[in-house]
Design a protein around this ligand. Structure first.
Ligand code: GDP
Length: 295
């Protein structure tokens, strides 16, 4: 994960690490290299610029020049800024409603259906819940089949209406079914399109208004870099969602989405998905992610 970013940040910080005494120019050079590493990793330019400005101010303010271990101090400052950027704390999901309704939104191919299966698995295994998976992708029968396979695999019930093409009706019926059958969480997997369009946004908005979810989670493919952030903004505009799920972090992603989404969209990253297996799901901890990025 983030190998190239890790290498570049490591190199930038090593420059200062070997030195006993450093100058303001050394700090400025290091900061510039850090900024370049972040931008190369697809971090939004302004976000990278603001972050490195804060690093520079802190470094000089904390007397990095007279420190006996300037490299360590500088690494700590960068670490703390990365944590701050990603949101400081882990924000869990709110499971207080009975039943808790979780709406899953995102583009087609982002990993929504896979995540829905993983979330059901997580809630069943780790939170002792009895989730109901709801297939609301009325355009792609294959998506319903895929969710059926995943539900089977993790051992949870699926609600589907093959003939019904109205996602609002399906989700309302599913909630009724959940109440009658003692399911305490309802996970609604919605349809996605390859690109954002009005029809898709209207459809998800209608479902959102009808079911009033406890949590709306926006799923985005981390591999799509800056586009991930733009899509996150567009969905937030329509749904005002509670949190972001970053998928495909096991792939060759450069890290930009993970580092930028929080500060641009002002919504927490709640989960990260790191593979196709049902267990490959982690809660997102900014601190752990910063540790990973700095190696
Ligand atoms: P949807 O169209 O948004 O429902 O997306 P899918 O859940 O069908 O996922 C699209 C593809 O990405 C499938 O081939 C998944 O197996 C794959 N996928 C989903 N999440 C991950 C992940 O975290 N890592 C990897 N490597 N592949 C994933």
């Amino acid at each position: 994960m983030f190998n190239s970013l890790q290498d570049k940040l490591d190199k930038a910080l090593q420059n200062i690490q070997g030195r006993g005494k450093i100058t303001e120019i050394n700090v400025a050079e290091t900061v510039k290299e850090i900024r370049r590493a972040l931008v190369d990793a697809d971090v939004n330019y302004k976000v990278a610029k603001d972050l490195t400005k804060r690093v520079q101010d802190k470094a000089l303010g904390q007397n990095v020049l007279t420190s006996i271990t300037p490299g360590q101090l500088m690494t700590k400052i960068v670490h703390d800024e990365l944590v701050e950027l990603m949101g400081t704390t882990q924000e869990g999901i709110n499971l207080s409603d009975k039943p808790t309704i979780i709406l899953i939104a995102g583009l087609q191919g982002s990993g929504k259906t896979t995540f829905s299966g993983k979330l059901a698995n997580y809630l069943k295994q780790k939170r002792s819940k009895n989730p109901l998976l709801v297939a609301c992708d009325v355009y792609r029968p294959a998506a319903i089949d895929q969710l059926t396979v995943l539900a089977d695999q993790v051992g949870v019930t699926i609600y589907k209406e093959i003939e019904n093409k109205n996602p609002v009706e399906i989700s309302q019926n599913a909630i009724q079914f959940a109440k009658e059958n003692k399911h305490d969480v309802v996970i609604i997997d919605t349809a996605g399109r390859l690109a954002i369009d009005e029809a898709m946004m209207n459809e998800i908005r209608n479902v959102h208004q009808a079911v009033k979810p406890t949590e709306t989670l926006f799923v985005v493919d981390a591999m799509t870099g800056q586009d991930a952030v733009n899509t996150a903004l567009a969905f937030n505009h329509v749904l005002d969602y509670n949190g972001v799920v970053l998928t495909k972090l096991d792939g060759d992603t450069r890290g930009g989405a993970a580092l930028t989404v929080r500060s641009v969209v002002h919504k927490p990253i709640k989960f990260i998905s790191t593979g196709e297996k049902m267990e490959a799901l982690d809660l997102f901890y900014p601190e752990r992610m910063a540790d990973r990025i700095l190696g």
